[in-house]
Design a protein around this ligand. Structure first.
Ligand code: KG4
Ligand code: ZN
Length: 347
């Protein structure tokens, strides 16, 4: 089955083409340059950029996949969670296409996309087949807006065991990146610098470690990092040296990962599943991947991560894949007249 996946949930316009669970193309048009000057995503500018870019991204997705429009058999689109007016663009385009091509439309939860993104196969390699993963399993979702530990009882049957009480993991990375002068969005760069720093150079608290639930919190860690920077520079952040930035990045990353991994370990103790799926923008973090594998191994579980960076951040391929897995589990097409944006949607 040839599926088209569309995601315009935030600041990336993405269209992908899949053959079943195999990604034929996954085009992402980033809006970072548009929002950089504002230090965050401006909803109106995001909507306008989605409108302007969609056709170009759609045509490129078909071209890269080597398929013609009339070969598409189903359309999958994110209907939430996300920015309402940004979601609206993708939904409208998906409805138009489904009507024009007379093919079914599937409305997909963006978080379900991140959750199953490790199961997307690439064009040429075999990848992890969704058929071999028995339920239940645990999903760790870490993005710029979400940090969740999810018990996946079956396809479509989810229990959020724990989540962040304030900032998301990726968001905390972005905020600390800004504090040390790395600009926006700096989370990915901060993680890169952390690899060169000493995680024991300073001490930061590990938030929520030891609490009996599976929740995490990042706003206290952010404040503690700000305080540390203030002490280190005596209130003059411009005096921060390169070596100090590397160390702060490493110390922050260590504390930020420790808190979520500690909770995940507790979840694995309580729910001894055999498989863990890691998804979301922060799934690109190599230290997170490494530490998660070590932790899961201790609990007799195997970790699956997205096969490339594009599958970690917001993308259309994970949306088409979630629709495909849904279809294989009996999901029915959505009634286009009833598909509406759902900015606060959860799993
Ligand atoms: O999934 P995503 O593209 O958008 C959301 O749905 O939120 O995630 C973007 C987030 C950003 O906050 C970015 O800082 C974070 O993913 N991120 C990282 C890394 N690369 C991207 N966080 C930690 N380590 C990384 N290597
Ligand atoms: Zn996302």
């Amino acid at each position: 089955m040839i599926l088209l996946g569309i995601d315009t949930s935030c600041d990336d316009t993405s269209v992908a083409v899949l053959h079943n669970d195999r990604v034929l193309s996954n085009i992402i048009s980033s809006q970072d340059d548009i929002h950089r000057d504002w230090g965050g995503v401006v909803p109106n500018l995001a909507r306008r950029a989605h409108e302007e870019n969609f056709q170009k991204v759609y045509e490129l997705a078909l071209k890269r996949a080597g398929i013609a429009e009339d070969q598409i058999e189903a359309i999958a689109v994110t209907y939430g969670p996300g920015l309402a007016i940004a979601l609206g663009v993708g939904i409208d385009k998906a409805k138009e296409l489904a009507a024009r091509l007379s093919i079914p439309l599937y409305a997909v939860n963006h978080m379900e996309g991140h959750l199953f993104s490790p199961l997307a196969k690439s064009k040429n390699d075999r990848g992890t087949s969704w058929q071999i993963l028995p339920f239940p399993l645990i999903g760790l979702l870490t993005s710029g807006k979400h940090t969740e530990i999810v018990l996946v009882k079956n396809f479509g049957e989810y229990e959020v065991l724990g989540q962040t009480l304030d900032d998301a993991l990726g968001e905390a990375f972005d905020k600390v990146a800004r504090m040390v002068g790395l600009g926006y969005p700096g989370g990915s760069l901060l993680a890169k610098l952390a690899l060169e720093g000493n995680p024991h150079a300073y001490k930061l608290p590990i938030p929520m470690k030891g609490t009996p639930d599976f929740n995490v919190s990042y706003s206290g860690l952010k404040t503690a990092t700000r305080r540390l920077l203030h002490e280190m520079t005596h209130g003059q952040p411009e005096t921060l040296t390169k070596a100090q930035i590397l160390d702060v990045a490493a110390v922050f990353q260590d504390a930020a990962l420790e808190t979520i991994l500690w909770k995940l370990g507790k979840a694995l103790e309580k729910y001894p599943v055999k498989h863990v799926l890691l998804g979301g923008g922060s799934a690109a973090n190599v230290t997170l991947r490494k530490r998660l594998r070590t932790l899961a191994k201790k609990h007799g579980a195997q970790v699956f991560t997205p096969r490339n960076k594009k599958l970690c951040s917001d993308n259309g391929a994970m949306i088409a894949l979630a629709a495909y897995l849904g279809i294989r589990h009996g999901k029915q097409p959505s009634d286009p007249d009833c598909v509406e944006r759902a900015p606060q949607l959860s799993l």
